[in-house]
Design a protein around this ligand. Structure first.
Ligand code: FAD
Ligand code: NAI
Length: 475
């Protein structure tokens, strides 16, 4: 006899586990199925984000940033360190420990919220009048019967044609997070978010990092002024970034990898490196779901086709997170998970895609929300822009981290904040003020009139808002 549930969530990443917790909070009898295994074969819920994404990458970014600060910045503070070295094995095991804490935290949250957890692969076995039969293929095979199903099966790294991931020489995000010794040379294909974050980690630890990007522009989705500043800073730090590179062949050998490509000027070139990270985007993961068997519609790119409310073509089947359209971000997945659980419970869940923030956790960090200046120009919208450099911020000077700026964009007539862009220290934290301002439809004057603590980096946000009206006080 199958076990009956109001809601079965397939996938325990940030989209799935959060949806399951919210559904259970709302009194729905909920199960979550996730197949991720830890090193011992046990359950490791949390998905890409927890196991090979957000969390481990931020752990390594932190370790490598400490190393870089200790080697380069501490001397300015009068702290003298000699004989500095990095123990990569220890750094990786700390990262694994952080991941494990998060896996365990999610299992605890399932217990606390009375979510039934099943370890294994979930698939649609049948669709009938009473609901959907979901098979769990794991150590203990199970059959579940669900009134509602939420598909939250996430995404996987896209491989370059002819260069499959072996995770030894050609690395996806997974292999990039567990290189056992700092390579002398590291190649990166794709100067997107993973390329820049993981490239920064291994550069800080001593690798010579070369990044090959197909597009002629750097960080095309980022505000041009910010992207230009980022390119300048990353290049100065030692990341070698080549734009307009067309990869023709990737060959692996005993010593490393050779990448043949044509550069922006059309010259044939080759890059030799010990290891190669391929970070050219991700593809939705619907493998083994048996979507076809029950008629669950996928779009032409393989995403589960959903409407604005995450409803699929099948009644009571929903999908959230990386497996559906929209930005592949953990917080976007979570927001969709909460909204779907609330809709199932008869409430009016809502996600505002205009106020989803983006962060690139390099140093300096890059964060933004809302429209870029180039988007506003393309729309023909009249706007005013204000920028404030961290060089003129007292807290940034005290930190010794004055790179970058805050930029505010506001409607020329109503003064409503349309976008906020930051490159600089703690951009990931500062951006929350811009998100809040946009969610509340605040004006730049509203931000300018709010009392910000002194000395703090957030004063740069206030000053950028003042700059919209050309009346900065400290610049
Ligand atoms: P996932 O996290 O991919 O989870 C899906 C889960 O479903 C997995 O556990 C998978 O094993 C399981 N699953 C799949 N099919 C089945 C099945 N049939 N049965 C059972 N289980 C199944 N985003 C940010 O917002 N901030 C960041 O800093 C950030 N850093 C990142 C760094 C890296 C290196 C990478 C790769 C990604 C990063 N992301 C970041 C993106 C973020 O990880 C994803 O957007 C997020 O994990 C998507 O959540 P999800 O729940 O949709 O899918
Ligand atoms: P991405 O989409 O950020 O960047 C991919 C880059 O590769 C693009 O610049 C693209 O032009 C380039 N590219 C594509 N094909 C190429 C080719 N054949 N040769 C050379 N360059 C090529 O994808 P990435 O970095 O793989 O990350 C995937 C997603 O994971 C991100 O889009 C983001 O949604 C998520 N992520 C989020 C993070 C965060 O929020 N801090 C961190 C890491 C990942």
């Amino acid at each position: 006899m199958p076990k009956n549930f109001d809601v079965v969530v397939i996938g325990g990443g940030p989209g799935g586990y959060i949806a399951a917790i919210r559904a259970a909070q709302l009194g729905l009898n909920t199960a979550c199925i996730d197949e991720w295994k830890n090193a011992k074969g046990g359950p490791a819920p949390g998905g890409t984000c927890t196991n090979v994404g957000c969390i481990p990458s931020k752990a390594l970014l932190q370790s490598s940033e400490h190393f870089e600060h200790a080697g380069h910045a501490f001397a300015d503070h009068g702290i003298d360190l000699s004989g500095l070295k990095i123990d990569v094995a220890k750094m990786l095991s700390r990262k694994d420990h952080v991941v494990k804490q998060n896996n365990e935290g999610i299992l605890y949250l399932f217990k606390k919220n009375k979510v039934s957890f099943f370890h294994g692969r979930g698939s649609f076995a049948a669709a009938g009048e009473e609901g959907y039969e979901i098979a769990v293929d794991g150590d203990k095979p199970e059959k579940l019967l669900a009134t509602h199903v939420i598909v939250a099966t996430g995404s996987t790294a896209r491989a370059l044609p002819g260069a499959d991931f072996d995770e030894e020489r050609i690395l996806s995000n997974d292999g990039a997070l567990r290189i056992a010794a700092v390579p002398k040379t590291l190649g990166v294909i794709g100067s997107g978010v993973i390329g820049l974050e993981m490239g920064s980690v291994w550069r800080r630890l001593g690798a010579q990092v070369s990044v090959l990007e197909a597009l002629p522009t750097f960080l095309g989705a980022v505000d041009e002024q910010i992207a230009k500043e980022a390119f300048k800073v990353f290049t100065k730090q030692g990341l070698q970034i080549q734009l307009g590179a067309k990869i023709s062949q990737v060959k692996t050998g005993k010593k490393g990898v050779t990448v043949h490509y044509t550069d922006a000027g059309g010259a044939e070139c080759k890059l030799e490196c010990e290891r190669l990270i391929v970070s050219i985007g991700r593809v939705p993961n619907t493998v083994g779901l048996n979507a076809q068997g029950v008629g669950l519609k996928l779009d032409e790119r393989g995403f589960v086709a959903v409407d604005d409310d995450c409803r699929s073509n099948l009644s009571n089947v929903w999908a959230v997170g990386d497996v559906v359209r929209g930005p592949m971000l953990a917080h976007k997945a979570e927001e969709e998970g909460v909204a779907v659980a609330e809709r199932i419970a008869g409430q009016h869940g809502h996600v505002d895609f205009n106020t989803v923030p983006w962060v690139i956790y390099t140093s300096p960090e890059i964060a933004w929300v809302g429209a870029t200046e180039q988007q506003l120009k393309a729309e023909g919208r009249a706007y005013r822009a204000g920028t404030f450099p961290f060089m003129a911020n007292g807290r940034a000077r005290a930190l010794g981290d004055t790179t970058g700026m805050v930029k505010m964009l506001a409607d020329a007539t109503t003064d409503e904040v349309l976008g906020m862009h930051v490159i600089g220290p703690m951009a990931s934290e500062l951006i929350a003020e811009g998100v809040m301002a946009m969610a509340f439809k605040a004006s730049s004057e509203d931000i300018a009139r709010i009392c910000h603590a002194h000395p703090s980096l957030s004063e740069a946000t206030k000053e950028a808002a003042l700059a919209v009206d050309k009346r900065t006080l400290n610049f």
